[in-house]
Design a protein around this ligand. Structure first.
Ligand code: G3D
Ligand code: MG
Length: 272
């Protein structure tokens, strides 16, 4: 019996309001306090799993990245896709257009950043489907087109929530084992400052009252701080925090600006 321990970053992808955050809440008994905004930021949640197979048992830690719910903003999304070793693609069975956008947007976009990685498709909110059979047929078609495994789930009732994540876990492990047996390196998690950069950007967007107004400024100031969003450094982020505070001081009072700055510096320290 071989015992393995591996840590993998996986992504939850899909349109807004399909139930990504609800699924991860269902799946993970989150012991850490939610110090972070839900919908517009990327929240990273940890989940330990033990996957048994006849030949070996594997302790797998999933780092689940609940990525920006909206399409667009590719810059930030690109940086959160880096280093992912699997993805759960989620759509809402009551809104067929959310299934289309997995094919039209999320998958192609993912493939511009990562090599092909294991994915599992999840049709969520099956508790709201007019008929289960119709939902199943639509899912089967999608599974066939994408050539992947898939499930109908409900974050509300809990149906198949584990099944989706576990199916992904098994494919992710199979992939890692295949790499090991070919002697290829199995990379670990990527740069710890990527989620921090994301968090700071989202925090600034909140302060600015939305991404539309904030993103051009963010881009400008990150460039000024010399930050490569795919490989941010601690020093670069400290500088970016200074520059963003400078911008904010033209429209917010000094105490608020300072509070934001301290919060962001704290995130950088935590990741160091
Ligand atoms: P997102 O993270 O993909 O944007 P959320 O989606 O998890 O925030 O869910 C969006 C809304 O759908 C939430 O409703 C949530 O409660 C609801 N929801 C998520 N999963 C299910 C499900 O399986 N069944 C049903 N019936 N509802 C679900 P609110 O009203 O809180 O915005
Ligand atoms: Mg969400």
């Amino acid at each position: 019996m071989v015992d393995d321990r591996i840590k993998r970053k996986i992504l939850l992808l899909g349109d807004g309001a399909v139930g990504k955050t609800s699924l991860v809440r269902r799946f993970v008994v989150d012991k850490f306090s939610d110090d972070y905004i839900t919908t517009i930021g990327t929240k990273v949640t940890k989940k330990d799993l033990r996957i048994e197979s006849p030949a070996r048992s594997t302790d797998l830690t999933f780092m689940i990245w609940d990525v920006l719910g909206q399409k667009g903003y590719r810059g930030i999304q690109d940086s959160s896709f880096q280093g992912a070793k699997g993805a759960l693609l989620v759509y809402d069975v009551t809104r067929p257009e959310t299934a289309d956008s997995l094919q039209d947007y999320w998958i192609p976009h993912l493939l511009t950043v990562t090599d092909p990685i294991p994915v599992v498709v999840v049709g969520n909110k099956v508790d709201l489907a007019p008929t289960r059979r119709q939902a199943q047929e639509a899912l089967d078609e999608l599974k066939e087109t994408l050539e992947v495994d898939g499930f109908l789930s409900s974050a509300k009732t809990g149906l198949n929530v584990e099944a989706g994540f576990l199916a992904l876990a098994k494919t992710v492990i199979a992939e890692a084992n295949a790499k090991l047996s070919k002697g290829e390196p199995v990379e670990e998690l990527s740069n710890p400052f990527i989620p921090v950069a994301d968090q700071i950007i989202m925090d600034f967007c909140d302060v600015m009252g939305g991404q539309e107004a904030a993103m051009p400024i963010v881009r400008q100031q990150l460039t000024r701080a010399g930050i490569d969003v795919k490989a941010p450094t601690k020093e670069g982020l400290r500088l970016a925090v200074e520059y963003l505070a400078e911008v904010e001081s033209s429209f917010r009072n000094a105490a608020d600006v300072e509070a934001s700055k301290l919060r962001r510096v704290g995130w950088i320290k935590e990741a160091s």
